[in-house]
Design a protein around this ligand. Structure first.
Ligand SMILES: [Zn+2]
Length: 305
């Protein structure tokens, strides 16, 4: 379909309004279905309304402009009871973490590309959180809220980044982008398959089996890659798919994640250790190791400012 994308006025503001309602009432919902049921019905009605408009024009949701298309997918998602409950639990965790600041903070879930954004005005903060976090633990919600109401720290950034690169998060975001062009293995700038075969030839004699590889849909600021053992899957952060990021830097991040595949997890003192001494020694075999590390720490700094 080549016609210009369709914007439907009011869809995004409808979402924002319902999302704020959800924040105000989330703690009452588990005990009182009388709040959730009509809300879910309203969400579903909006989905059907959009469907009807599209149908009249002979179009599919793929024809929707990006923000509208994502909101459409989000509405559809939250009309599913399980995901709706997860969203509620996430907001409850956020509220818990914001105790003492509750009057000064509004948290809304947004189908968007950044992980979270905050706007402060007259002592009040409006925090928008990526909808992907509905699959995250209360600890992650705590880290986001604390970053806003207390202080942003490297540790909190890292927790949030790792959650954002995890499968449960990427699964939600993948569904939200179902109607737009999926990112997948070929980014805007760098092609992971191409980089993989080079890394494989240089460091693994070309014998390493290719894992499932994808660019993340969202932009992280400190952690740039993740290897998921259970799925044999590498996710590389979209923040590296930029012309200013040299190929060898992405190769280094990919190499690091592939080493996880090779080394596995060592269980020690009841903890899983991924970055063992042997792992770190192997990591140093990367030709431009120091340069790559330095680039990444500067890049992380640039992304945060
Ligand atoms: Zn690692």
């Amino acid at each position: 379909m080549s016609s210009s994308p369709i914007k439907l006025s009011g869809v995004v503001s409808f979402w924002e309004e319902k999302s704020e309602f959800l924040w105000r009432h989330c703690h009452e919902i588990p005990a009182n279905r009388a709040i959730a049921v009509p809300l879910q019905r309203t969400l579903l009605r909006q989905v059907r309304d959009i469907d009807r408009i599209l149908l009249r024009k002979g179009l599919t949701p793929a024809a929707l402009a990006l923000p509208t298309g994502r909101v459409y997918a989000a509405l559809e998602m939250l009309s599913d009871e399980v995901l709706f409950d997860r969203a509620v639990m996430g907001l409850i965790a956020a509220k818990e973490a914001a105790r003492g600041y509750a009057g000064k903070l509004v948290v809304s879930l947004m189908p968007m590309r950044p992980l979270w954004t905050v706007r402060r005005r007259q002592g009040r903060s409006k925090l928008k959180c990526n909808l992907g976090f509905i699959n995250s633990s209360p600890e992650i919600w705590g880290a986001i809220v604390q970053s806003v109401v207390v202080k942003r720290t490297a540790h909190r950034d890292q927790l949030v980044d790792e959650a954002a690169l995890s499968n449960p998060f990427q699964e939600i975001v993948g569904r939200l982008n179902r109607w737009s062009n999926a990112v997948g293995v070929r980014g805007q700038v760098h092609d992971l398959e191409e980089l993989f075969s080079r890394v494989n030839d240089t460091y693994f004699s070309g014998v390493l089996g290719a894992p499932d590889m994808t660019w993340s849909e969202t932009v992280t600021v400190r952690t740039f890659g993740r290897y998921e053992f259970s799925q044999d899957r590498v996710v590389i952060s979209a923040s590296l798919d930029q012309p200013e990021v040299p190929e060898w830097v992405v190769e280094f991040v990919l190499y690091h994640e592939l080493l996880h595949k090779v080394h596995g997890l060592q269980r020690r003192a009841k903890r899983n250790i991924a970055h063992t001494r042997a792992f770190k020694a192997d990591e140093r075999r990367f030709e431009r190791f120091d340069e790559a590390e330095q680039f990444l720490s500067q890049w992380a700094h640039k992304l945060r400012t």
